[in-house]
Design a protein around this ligand. Sequence first.
Ligand SMILES: N[C@@H](CCC(=O)N[C@@H](CS)C(=O)NCC(=O)O)C(=O)O
Length: 134
Amino acid sequence: MYNMPLALNCYKVRQLLSLLKVPHAKHPVGLLTGDHQTPDYLALNPFGQVPILTDGALVLRDSQAILIWLSRKLGGDQWMPTNPDDEALINACLSAAAFERRLGPYEARLAKHSLGLCINADRGGAKRASAGTF
Ligand SMILES: N[C@@H](CCC(=O)N[C@@H](CS)C(=O)NCC(=O)O)C(=O)O
């Protein structure tokens, strides 16, 4: 797992890896030192973000995708139900964690501690747009 300890999206993945007792290696990614902007890292994730989880040739680069994949693969129906009603509730929780909760308490904490880990106002949309082709 490509990890930054203070990053919310990495925390979510670390929690589930731990709950499911999945052995894994952590590769530290220094967001404040630009590790995530190197050509090698951008080849893995064109968005230049953590977390990334790899499993053989599989490269997963979104915390929600990773949580669903881990749950489906290792957690069975208990963690990722196949019943559409229950699945929708899980997806709503994941979506809220990615948007409303992140924009609320999490961003407030980052702003308070002056950590620009998940917000980079200077970067603008061009780079994101160019990375959005996959
Ligand atoms: N949709 C992605 C978002 C990942 C994300 O925002 N990661 C932040 C850390 S929490 C990051 O890598 N920020 C560095 C940057 O965007 O430059 C996910 O859920 O994994």
